[in-house]
Design a protein around this ligand. Structure first.
Ligand code: AHR
Length: 510
């Protein structure tokens, strides 16, 4: 057993940073595999407790996270989706083939009304992605009208005929998805013009204000970002300070190996573990570089960066449909999530929203459903979201790791083995810290400055192995427990963290 690593981190309680929007903890639900059908939606006839077909244990679990927003209906599916097929009596709704995901038939039973009902049950803001790839400007414009207009108009009458009197509030609107790929294989210049055109006709009806999010770059496509920033429209003290769109999206998945062989979610070794974290940490480089480009055009940071797809992407579980992207979720995935949140917090001046892919049964899910038993399993990643809930809409605090273990060489790169971030809200400071070392404990001194601490509580998420995961049989194999190894220190607090762990320390401020 090697000696613990030691580290010291300064925490400034009185140097406020930007607010960490709760929308950094957003989610994504696509018509893909078991995310909508069997995940969120089981239909009114199901024996599983539901409200108008919406699975209530899923709702309850996501409410525990304070789920702030939900992106829907895709993903690649969004650019094939025709919303009018998903409203009206279910038996009359046309069917389609979901060509992206499993080539299965989509019956359109979960459509606009069902999604908006789901958001209401969750208490989440809807983030709807319109079809720019294969739809029309009129179709997208009418969808906005159908959803958000009051008074009397053709789309309002249609909505009312389908049972909804009042308009809904829709704050977030996506102008297509991955238009450089599945959303039409467009060039940046062509997409930028289309985004301006579509955005023009996505109107603000009544007092609903759409925050329009244009398709942004695929990972490190910096040309795409620059092209969009040139196209965003007028900024600053012009007559139209909102611009044509208010944000651009970035997608980055943590993938090891090739798309054909991404590796197993559960059968991996320690080298794979470190390589995964190095890959995940690349999010910081991407945001930094995209932000630098955005700063050139928008130094006042009015245009947001929305990381609306992120997470781990492994080979599907053996025996499952390759098009359904169903994967298990281990402690490794949880540590990837913790690392991402520290990165998003560090970039909160520019990053205003993030959406993990995807909420139920797909990729780095919060929840897995077991069709055999109808059980609902909270994944290790779920617990990171829950433990970090105190950061929602809190004020970022400055943290700096001033002493710590050397970065670990990994392949051609290296990995910082300690990651942390902090915020303050309502007389409490929340510190999130990850010990990414697979084998060594960490003794961390929190060097607290600028205020006094009257009390503390702490929780830790870890497991005997990196591969440990939750199943219907063992739903709590990875679950948070109280962290009892927090003691007073002349500089503040001394926190001992197990190897491969994520912890949150909550400080009551004097
Ligand atoms: O999340 C799965 C897919 O990944 C989405 O549909 C697409 O946008 C991305 O390539």
């Amino acid at each position: 057993m090697s000696a613990p690593a030691t580290a010291r981190a300064v925490l400034d309680l009185d140097v406020p940073g930007p607010v960490l929007s709760r929308h950094l903890y957003g989610h994504f639900a696509e018509h893909l595999g078991g995310c909508i059908y069997g995940g969120f939606y089981v239909g009114p006839e199901s024996e599983i407790p539901n409200q108008d077909g919406i699975r209530l244990d899923v709702v309850e679990a996501l409410r525990e996270l304070g789920i702030p927003n939900l992106r829907w209906p895709g993903g690649c599916f969004a650019d094939e989706y025709h919303w009018k097929d998903g409203v009206g009596p279910k038996q009359d709704r046309p069917r389609m083939i979901n060509t992206h995901w499993g080539d299965v038939e989509e019956n359109n039973h979960f459509g606009t009304h069902e999604f908006m009902a789901l958001c209401e049950l969750l208490g989440a803001d809807p983030y709807i992605t319109g079809n720019l790839g294969s739809g029309t400007v009129a179709e997208m414009s009418e969808w906005v009208e159908y959803l958000t207009r009051d008074g009397d108009s053709p789309m309002v009458r249609a909505r009312r005929a389908n049972g909804r009197e009042d308009p809904w509030r829709v704050p977030f609107w996506g102008l297509g998805n991955e238009s450089w790929g599945c959303g039409g294989n467009q060039r940046a210049e062509a997409y930028a013009d289309l985004a301006r055109q579509y955005a023009t006709y996505c109107r603000d009806h009544g007092d609903n204000r759409l925050y329009k999010i244009a398709v942004g770059p695929d990972q490190d496509d910096y040309h795409w970002t620059e092209t969009l920033m040139k196209a965003v429209g007028t900024l600053g003290c012009s007559r139209n300070p909102r611009g044509y769109f208010q944000a651009i999206a970035l997608h980055m998945y943590t993938v090891l190996g090739s798309w054909e062989h991404k590796g197993s979610a559960t059968a991996f070794d320690t080298d794979d573990y470190y390589a995964t974290l190095v890959r995940a940490a690349r999010m910081d480089e991407l945001i930094t570089r995209h932000s630098s480009i955005m700063d050139c055009y928008d130094p006042g940071r009015q245009v947001g960066l929305v990381v609306d797809e992120w997470g781990t992407w492994w080979d599907v579980e053996p025996g499952t449909n390759p098009g359904f992207l169903y994967q298990q979720n281990t402690l490794r995935d949880a540590l990837v999530a913790g690392l991402h949140f520290d990165i998003f917090h560090a970039h909160a001046e520019r990053v205003v929203m993030a959406n993990i892919a995807q909420t139920v049964n797909v990729l780095q899910a919060m929840l897995l459903t077991d069709p055999a038993t109808n059980a609902l399993v909270r994944t290790p990643t779920f617990h990171v979201f829950a433990m970090n809930r105190g950061h929602h809409d809190a004020t970022r605090l400055r943290t700096a790791l001033v002493e710590g273990p050397d970065a670990r060489p990994v392949g051609e790169g290296s990995l910082d083995l300690v990651s942390l971030s902090a915020s303050r809200k309502d007389g409490t400071a929340l510190v999130s810290v990850s010990n990414l070392d697979a084998d060594r404990e960490l003794e961390l001194v929190l060097d607290v400055r600028g205020g006094a601490v009257a009390g503390h509580t702490a929780r830790v998420l870890t497991a005997p192995t990196l591969q440990t995961h939750n199943t219907a049989e063992q739903p709590d194999a990875v679950a948070p427990t109280e962290l009892t190894t927090v003691t007073d220190d002349p500089r503040g607090l001394r926190v001992t963290l197990p190897a491969h762990s994520f912890a949150t320390v909550s400080l009551t401020l004097a």
